[in-house]
Write a protein that binds this ligand. Structure first.
Ligand code: PHE
Length: 458
């Protein structure tokens, strides 16, 4: 494929929605609430927002610049912009990280499909809170069901990827994202009007800084990178399809705003509901799958049809939000194989789907029959989550900031920010400062703190 016949996104709104589609996903609606719950609520959210602004935004703009400038897959992008140096490994590391995330992310995405079926068949109504917990635990530890759904989800992703960038990725995002937003608003309304919802709202709004420790900092930083799809080349790949007149800083701010809003809305759906039905906010990854059916049950117990309809819609949209994210993860690896190894798109996609299905099945089994097989006390599923979200993505972000801040020619940065001089740029100095100092130092400090290096000096 030559540079000129490379695919492109067609419209400005398509660009924002596709990037936001990558960012908004299970990270916001499933992972953000349980990380917030595990780390004590409002204080975590404040630190999270700080991480998005100080670390996430500069790295996102850097990924946009690198992608659009090189018009290449992630591995190719770093190679092209730094010929003959070892920076090419940053791109390759990104492809690997994407693989690992897609593997375990598809497992949770597969759960949403099972819940769609359960909602549609009415089996999510008429149960007690304990019943929902038992249903969820029974399902994830079943040896074949969740693994099967994982593979089904990967097939859905595969189908969109094979259709290509504009017809597949852009079109699906344009429909799915607005729909998701409307449904989130409706559900927030339902959740905050439940009895005792106030306690959940307080949990989200009243910070208790005494709970902040190094794991909270690492959790918030990792969540910011995960949720914004940063540190692995997803947005770099998407930016390689941006138009020449796309305003990079503005697009980054829009994507970060949409992503953060969706995460906070998800918090306002989950916590008032969890407190209302007496489910502990720190119940981890199962939080969403146990609390939500309960909300519908409690809110519309006397109208079972409405409860069924809303839970069906919710899990459907959750699946669709996850789909726009798995598409972006898949695209990174597919276009890498296409461009670096000259494979045709369908063949490249088949390879990626097959390998990821294998990783996904292993991750899925690790929650049931394979739960005794642990490494550092973590199941394969948890290990992948920890390794990617808390180490590889922030680590990738650190390298990207260093690359853009210290290595990349300043002329390239200026040209990309100003669209070759056609825009006035006010953010140039601020961005450079962020990339050179704030992001690298911030990320390194959180890492050092997590590995207890500061304790040696206390
Ligand atoms: N940002 C996505 C989410 O919030 C997950 C993701 C991470 C997608 C990294 C791509 C790359 O669900």
């Amino acid at each position: 494929m030559t540079k000129n016949d490379r695919a492109n996104f067609g419209s400005k709104i398509g660009i924002i929605l596709a990037s936001a589609g990558s960012a908004v996903g299970l990270g916001n609606i499933w992972r953000f609430p349980f990380e917030t719950g595990n780390h004590g609520g409002a204080a975590f959210i404040l630190i999270y927002i700080l991480c998005v602004i100080a670390l996430g935004l500069p790295v996102m703009i850097a990924e946009f610049m690198i992608g659009r400038r090189s018009r290449s897959n992630t591995a190719g992008a770093y190679r092209i912009l730094s010929t003959g140096t070892q920076w090419k490994w940053v791109g390759r590391l990104g492809v690997l990280t994407g693989f690992l995330i897609l593997g375990y992310y598809s497992v949770v995405a597969g759960w949403t499909l099972q819940y769609i079926v359960q909602a549609a068949t009415g089996s999510l109504t008429g149960q007690s809170a304990e019943g929902f917990i038992a249903t969820f635990n029974g399902f994830v530890s079943n040896p074949w069901k969740p693994a099967l759904w994982t593979v089904v989800f990967l097939f859905l992703t595969h189908f969109v990827i094979v259709r290509g960038v504009e017809k597949g990725i852009e079109r699906s995002s344009k429909v799915l994202m607005p729909l998701l937003f409307i449904l989130l608003l409706v559900l927030t309304g339902c959740s905050i009007s439940l009895p005792n919802a106030g306690e959940g709202i307080r949990f989200l709004l009243q910070p208790d800084f005494s709970k902040v420790d190094s794991s909270v900092l690492l959790g918030a930083m990792g969540q910011a990178f995960f949720s914004l799809s940063l540190g692995m080349g997803c947005l770099c790949t998407y930016a390689s399809y941006f138009r020449d007149d796309t305003k990079l800083p503005r697009t980054a701010v829009n994507v970060a705003l949409i992503d953060t809003m969706v995460a906070i809305l998800a918090g306002f759906i989950i916590f008032p509901a969890a407190f209302s039905v007496g489910i502990s906010p720190d119940s981890g990854p199962s939080l969403l799958f146990i609390t939500l059916p309960n909300v519908f049950q409690q809110a519309f117990g006397s109208l079972p049809l409405l409860a069924t309809l809303l839970s069906f819609l919710f899990y459907l949209l959750l699946a669709l939000a996850a789909l726009t994210s798995t598409i972006s993860l898949h695209e990174v690896a597919t276009v890498y194989l296409c461009e670096e190894f000259h494979l045709a798109r369908p063949k490249a996609a088949r390879w990626i789907t097959t390998v990821c299905a294998f990783i996904g099945i292993c991750c899925s089994l690790s929650l049931g029959v394979g739960s005794n097989l642990t490494l550092f006390g973590l199941t394969l599923f948890d290990l992948f989550d920890f390794l990617t979200a808390k180490i590889m993505l922030p680590g990738g972000g650190l390298l990207i900031a260093l690359f853009a801040g210290w290595y990349l020619d300043k002329k390239i940065i200026w040209e990309e920010l100003s669209n070759k001089g056609t825009l006035t740029v006010r953010t140039y100095r601020l961005l450079l400062f962020g990339l050179k100092y704030v992001a690298p130092i911030g990320i390194s400090l959180v890492f050092l703190d997590q590995f207890n290096v500061f304790a040696l000096f206390r």
